[in-house]
Design a protein around this ligand. Structure first.
Ligand SMILES: [Zn+2]
Length: 343
């Protein structure tokens, strides 16, 4: 039988590059993709460390967002051809429920799991996917760049434009501007003419954040970001806060908002619990959005942005054999932008 490489998680922090059976010829409505690049995200770090809440069967192929080229198509596949460059959606959604039919796959009522976390992911040579869950990559976008679309760029697109409804001319605070999603948020907000304030952990990252468009940079280790934001905005506050840090920054983030301001969050790397002043919430008429994943349309929009020059910042590229080093890089405070793994 045909075999392939798959990077499998056997237990907490136990990753091995194994030879496994390759998938069969794609079935009706399915395409087979040769995976070329995998983007790393914090969800991969959680998966690697082991999270009690994650129901999964080990060993499990890792990798939650990826790009590749179609090498085979099954019957009834109409919208992609062999040779097309594509990215894959990061969750096995049903395509039939109300949410899926309305194009809101990230609210699928029968989701079969997040790839690379609950079910086998993309760090393997070949993967079969339903054709509806692959999106073509436009010309001019590299497969390494495209690998940042399904989770990182897609998540940011969903947060900023579907949820927070960021508009040209508004002011936004982007937390952790050196992270994969932070760099994407800075670039997307600048591209529509927003004023961008961002927090970073050191001055070197601050300089890099300015180079990709941040108007103001706050080193959160030396300055209290709430105070600086209030000063920078003439005490008014910002229209939108882009959150993903969590417990450490949550209340400061709320203090940065102007009345009626919007906070959108997709993460809590510093801790999942905090307390909140409810009187402040309603008196200031804040709008708080929880955001997870993105829609297929968000992936198309992200790829389109990349084609027009809003490209991901790529920090480092590792071979699949060095995937664990890539995760270490992602977790380190040195990372600026996305970490990519190639197969
Ligand atoms: Zn569904």
């Amino acid at each position: 039988m045909h075999s392939m490489r798959a990077l499998q998680l056997f237990g907490d922090r136990d990753l091995r590059l194994e030879e496994v059976a390759a998938p069969p010829h794609p079935g009706p409505g399915e395409v087979q993709v040769r995976v070329h690049a995998v983007g790393l995200n914090h969800i991969d770090v959680w998966g690697f460390r082991g999270m009690a809440f994650a129901k999964r069967k080990l060993p499990l192929a890792v990798g939650a967002e990826a790009s590749g080229a179609v090498v085979a198509v099954g019957e009834d596949v109409t919208h992609v051809d062999v040779g097309d460059r594509v990215v894959m959606y990061g969750a096995m959604t049903c395509g039939h429920c109300k949410a899926c039919r309305e194009g809101r796959d990230n609210l699928c009522e029968n989701v079969g799991g997040v790839l690379g976390f609950h079910i086998d992911g993309f760090a393997r040579d070949f993967v079969n996917m339903p054709q509806r869950l692959v999106v073509k990559v436009p010309d001019g976008v590299s497969l390494q760049e495209a690998a940042c679309a399904p989770v990182a760029f897609g998540t940011v697109q969903h947060m900023l434009f579907d949820n927070a409804k960021l508009e040209p001319g508004e002011t936004i605070l982007v937390h952790a501007g050196g992270s994969g999603i932070g760099t994407a948020a800075i670039k997307m907000a600048k591209a529509i003419g927003c004023t961008v304030i961002t927090t970073v952990g050191d001055d070197d990252k601050g300089a890099k954040a300015k180079l990709i468009g941040a108007d103001h940079v706050i080193n959160y280790r030396t300055d209290r970001f709430e105070g600086v934001v209030r000063k920078l905005t003439g005490r008014k506050g910002v229209d939108v806060v882009f959150e993903h840090v969590g417990a450490d920054t949550w209340n400061g983030s709320l203090l940065c908002l102007k009345r009626g301001g919007r906070l959108v969050t997709c993460g809590s790397t510093s801790g999942v619990s905090t307390t909140m002043n409810l009187m402040q919430l309603f008196q200031q008429q804040y709008k708080i959005f929880g955001s997870f994943g993105c829609t297929l349309a968000n992936i198309e929009q992200s790829l389109h942005k990349m084609a027009t020059g809003i490209t991901p910042v790529i920090d480092a590229v590792f071979d699949v054999a060095d995937y664990a080093q890539g995760l270490e890089r992602l977790e380190s405070r040195k990372v600026f932008g996305k970490v990519i793994v190639t197969l």
